[in-house]
Design a protein around this ligand. Structure first.
Ligand code: HEC
Length: 266
């Protein structure tokens, strides 16, 4: 499970960021802060809140798949009754529990509401696409695991919203399994010089304003760490095949396992 303490403090920051809308900045002008700088800070804070909201929903949906892994892997059952709506409802419940915010109450016409709904739609679409696999009777392990599901949701989200936002789950280069997850130059640099730095505060994302695909963008890298449950596949002995057919990476609990990388175009 994720560390609730981290989640709570992070969401405290997000709530503060959302409260700091351009309107409230304008309402209580601080003469020491030039208006343009204040507006820029507010928009970076809003970008951060939106990106972390998307990351939260993706993580929650992956957790739902993880919680249902035994059901999915059950060879005796045909129809698992694990469709898109059920997974989405469970993900929304987790999101609500972890953040105190009801995603359905976020204005669908706001940028966050629009992007979060694209993520929610992607979750439903991926579950719909994989019903045949999930419901196959007589097969135990079907390869439908949280990492694969998460990648498919990200790809589907990018198809729906890619002109506005791009999401990708990546990892330190030496840990990457799927070639599609390979970090780009920015991600590689952030992983190496920030997230893997010995003094980097555990769980703290790194963000920056950059140019991406020739467009001005906000990028954020949210670190994810291995837990005990991950090590069945990513643990020891290094090189031994896991159930999915990949060699284990010899990682330990608490090691940086991956990064949710989100780009919001300006
Ligand atoms: C059942 C085995 C298994 C377990 C358990 C597992 N993973 Fe993976 N993981 C995989 C496979 C297989 C992939 C490649 C998925 C794909 O094709 O996109 C992967 C991919 C990833 C990726 C994306 C980057 C890449 O290498 O392609 C990250 C990040 C990751 N896993 C982290 C974790 C974390 C963190 C946990 C525990 C919460 C975990 N994994 C649990 C098998 C597993």
């Amino acid at each position: 499970m994720r560390q609730i303490a981290t989640a709570v403090s992070r969401w405290g920051l997000i709530a503060a960021a959302l409260a700091m809308s351009p309107l409230s900045v304008g309402a209580a002008p601080n003469p020491a802060v030039p208006a343009a700088a204040a507006a820029g800070a507010a928009s970076a804070a809003q970008d951060k809140a939106i990106a972390e909201s998307l990351a939260e929903m993706l993580r929650d949906a992956r957790t739902v798949i993880s919680n249902n892994q035994d059901l999915i892997n059950n060879p005796a059952l045909g129809d698992k009754h694990l469709g898109g709506d059920r997974v989405l409802q469970a993900a929304v419940a987790l999101y609500r529990k972890n953040t105190g915010v009801d995603p359905d109450a976020i204005d669908p016409n706001s940028r966050e509401g629009r992007l979060l709904r694209a993520m929610m739609k992607a979750i439903v679409m991926v579950m719909a696409d994989n019903q045949t696999t999930i419901n196959e009777q007589g097969t135990g392990f079907k390869g439908f695991i949280p990492a694969v599901f998460g990648r498919l949701v990200a790809e589907t989200f990018n198809g729906l919203a890619g002109n506005e936002a791009v999401i990708k789950v990546t990892a330190p280069p030496e840990l990457v399994r799927n070639i599609k997850a390979r970090p780009d130059a920015w991600e590689r640099d952030v992983i190496k010089t920030k997230l893997l730095a010995p003094d980097w505060p555990k769980g703290q994302p790194f963000s920056a304003d950059v140019t991406f695909d020739g467009r001005s963008a906000y990028r954020i890298a949210v670190p994810e760490y291995y837990r005990q449950s991950c090590l069945a596949c990513h643990g020891s002995p290094k090189g031994e095949m896991d159930i999915t057919g990949y060699p284990k990476e010899g990682q330990k609990v608490g090691d940086l396992g991956g990064v949710i990388s989100i780009t919001l175009f300006r």
